[in-house]
Ligand binder design. Structure first.
Ligand code: CP3
Length: 346
């Protein structure tokens, strides 16, 4: 189907745009009272994610309410470990928890390569419903975690400040780490391809824990797997967001992807220089800037847009929007991008 608003896709491919497209990482299911209402009607996050009609409903909310230029499918990066045989729970106010974790090569061998049609059909169904209900208004973003970030959760079993168990494995059992990363990578490629077949117009991979690795280990244990994913996906544009990977920006320039996400620590001009003109950059306002007044939010947003100038850019925050941010301030961000970038690109 022809999209009525394809700004995001054109910006990703480096084509001409009348204004800069804008969306927010974690826009679905964090800040809207309308989300909380739907969420309260079920037992928890997992039931919501596994009920395609409801997942589609909360995916559409930010498009309707905030006016963003893309929808991102409501799900989580942790559906992949579950589909490989390692189920997770979402503990209220605390985050993900894996009752079983991976500690030996025997356990790695017991994991299966995820079969999206069998194990993740609920996500594919949610994508199909969302596409129908979007009716071409904006593109739909599919996503997955990067193998390294998924590996962290599978070894550690929950969030962690240091992920030292996961990192210990890179030193003590590098071979086992490689076998596990390979399995996650294969599962992720199949999963992203299935999301695209179901209707995703663009895909993003989230490497939330990129920043905890030293540069050389990052190349070996994360970037090389990201590269395999980028090389395998040629159906739609690919975005790579590696939080904290400032040290890997020149390497990332060589990835076979259209867009690189920047976090808010990364200087915009310097990033453009390191990554070059042939990629779109996405980001990177500090999520905390949205705690300011409307005037301050608008001014911080204009300042960000000025720094990206007329180059290939998708406006976003430097990480996911925080749960207690006022949706009104998100609207100020979105509307400022729309108005100001129209002038900037005229
Ligand atoms: O972007 C979107 O709005 C779409 C949905 C989405 C969720 N998680 C829903 C979710 C996306 C893209 C994610 C990605 C994700 N999940 C990442 C990568 C991005 C990042 O933030 O770095 C990571 C690391 C996770 C793992 C995860 N899931 C954590 C650490 C938590 C707990 C804290 C939190 O973010 O709320 C989750 C839970 C989760 N994922 C919720 C939602 C809406 C909250 C669950 C609830 O409603 O109780």
């Amino acid at each position: 189907m022809q999209l009525k608003n394809d700004l995001l896709l054109r910006a990703a491919r480096g084509e001409k745009v009348e204004r800069t497209p804008v969306w927010l990482m974690r826009q679905a299911g964090r800040i809207l009272p309308e989300y909380r209402e739907v969420r309260a009607s079920v037992s928890g996050f997992i039931e919501l994610a596994k009920t395609p009609a409801l997942a589609a409903e909360v995916t559409l909310q930010p498009v309707d309410i905030l006016g963003v230029d893309a929808a991102i499918i409501f799900s989580d990066i942790l559906v992949i470990p579950e589909a490989m045989g390692l189920p997770y729970e979402m503990v209220e106010k605390r985050g993900p928890y894996f009752p079983k974790t991976i500690a030996s090569i025997e356990e790695v061998k017991k994991l299966r390569i995820a079969s999206p049609e069998e194990d993740l059909n609920y996500v594919l169904e949610a994508i199909k419903i969302t596409k129908k209900e979007l009716d071409g208004r904006v593109p739909l973003i599919g996503f997955a975690g990067c193998p390294w970030t998924i590996f962290c959760y599978m070894i550690e079993g929950s969030g962690s400040k240091t992920f030292s168990k996961a990192r210990k494995m890179l030193y003590r059992e590098p071979e086992m780490a490689r076998v596990l990363l390979d399995k996650i990578t294969q599962s992720t490629i199949d999963y992203l391809k299935a999301q695209i077949a179901a209707g995703a117009d663009i895909v993003q991979i989230f490497d939330s824990w990129a920043g905890i690795l030293p540069p050389e280990q990052y190349n070996t244990f994360s970037l090389s797997y990201i590269q395999q994913i980028c090389d395998a996906i040629d159906e739609v544009p690919v975005t790579v967001f590696a939080k904290g990977a400032f040290f890997a920006r020149s390497e990332m320039a060589k990835l076979n992807c259209e867009t690189i996400g920047l976090d808010w620590n990364m200087k915009i001009g310097e990033s453009r220089q390191m990554i070059g003109e042939d990629k779109t950059l996405q980001g990177n306002l500090d999520p905390c800037a949205l705690y300011g007044s409307s005037k301050e939010v608008a001014s911080a947003t204009r300042n960000m847009l000025d720094q990206f100038g007329n180059s290939r850019h998708i406006a976003n925050l430097g990480h996911g929007v925080y749960p207690d941010i006022d949706p009104k301030m998100v609207k100020v961000f979105v509307e400022t991008v729309k108005d100001y970038s129209t002038k900037l690109r005229a």
